[in-house]
Design a protein around this ligand. Structure first.
Ligand SMILES: NC(=O)c1ccc[n+]([C@@H]2O[C@H](COP(=O)([O-])OP(=O)(O)OC[C@H]3O[C@@H](n4cnc5c(N)ncnc54)[C@H](O)[C@@H]3O)[C@@H](O)[C@H]2O)c1
Length: 257
């Protein structure tokens, strides 16, 4: 039997990057996957590509920072598949005009917090009751190295990712009793469009410093993070609740040399 056979999963931001890799990995393990993505084109294409693997997938265009769209996402999931077992809160943005607090525009702060943190709250608010009604399951949140260590220059992103870790813990202690496990993956340096926009195109980003500091001396791949998510979604992790899992090649525990 495959590791996610018959599980119903919503993955936010699954049109590309880590979310798409997770959608493929979940589908290969037998899950029915709902792609909740703001971008119509990538969302549609992602669902098509998964259906081409002979798996069950649907695209529900969703801005996960908007309550009415998240409510629609959960209602469509219920209509399509009759329940929900796994909610993977993956969607987020990294904005180039994010900045240190003294230079940060209030509108940028609000947009980042809305997209990266409100979305986790809203998907939890409207998704967890479905998971409970389906007999329990798994919520997977997404932090970052910025949740764990001081990353300069992006205070809105950092605040949202830090709060996601705190919210993971409070959800885990509240909903564990109802059979819902809540955990958080903290990636860093994963080869996606976000990495390109946030670091590789940033003239201040010192990739030599990164590689000299990173214990594995390389970036990660979306598929490597997707495998962590498969584990947290599956019953193999049935006693893991409230865990903050670093999937960063050890970058956040590396000594400064
Ligand atoms: N790539 C990295 O190095 C890295 C490092 C740390 C954390 N992360 C986290 O991992 C997750 C995935 O990152 P990625 O690198 O795959 O990013 P990405 O930018 O490649 O993909 C993010 C996806 O989310 C979608 N999205 C954005 N706003 C949305 C919204 N309001 N509603 C629905 N969908 C929305 C985008 O359209 C996109 O498809 C994010 O939470 C990110 O913060 C990534």
């Amino acid at each position: 039997m495959r590791r996610l056979e018959n599980k119903i999963a919503v993955i936010t931001g699954a049109g590309r990057g880590i979310g798409f890799a997770a959608a493929v990995a979940f589908a290969r393990e037998g899950a029915k996957v709902v792609i909740a993505e703001i971008d119509d084109q990538t969302g549609r294409r992602a669902a098509e590509r998964i259906r081409n693997l002979d798996a069950d997938a649907a695209f529900v265009r969703t801005d996960c920072s908007r309550p009415e769209e998240v409510q629609n996402l959960m209602a469509r999931t219920l209509e399509l598949y009759g329940g929900l077992n796994v909610l993977y809160n993956n969607a987020s943005v990294f904005l180039r005009d994010d900045a240190p607090a003294t230079q940060l525009d209030e509108a940028v702060w609000q947009r980042v917090l809305r997209t990266n943190l409100d979305s986790v709250f809203l998907c939890s608010k409207y998704g967890i009751p479905l998971i409970v009604a389906s007999g329990g399951g798994s919520v997977i949140n997404t932090g970052s190295s910025a949740s764990l260590i001081g990353i300069p220059g992006c205070d809105a992103y950092t605040a949202a990712k830090g709060a996601t870790v705190a919210l993971t813990r409070s959800l885990a202690v509240t909903y564990g009793r109802k059979g819902v496990r809540v955990n958080c993956i903290c990636p860093a340096g994963v080869e996606t469009e976000m990495l390109r926009q946030s670091n590789l195109e940033n003239p201040d980003f010192d990739s030599e410093f990164f590689f000299s500091r990173a214990p594995l001396a390389r970036f990660g791949t979306p598929e490597e993070i997707a495998q962590v998510a498969v584990f947290l979604a599956s019953d193999e992790s049935s006693y893991i609740n409230g865990a903050i899992l670093r999937a960063d090649g050890g970058i956040t525990i590396a000594p400064i040399s």
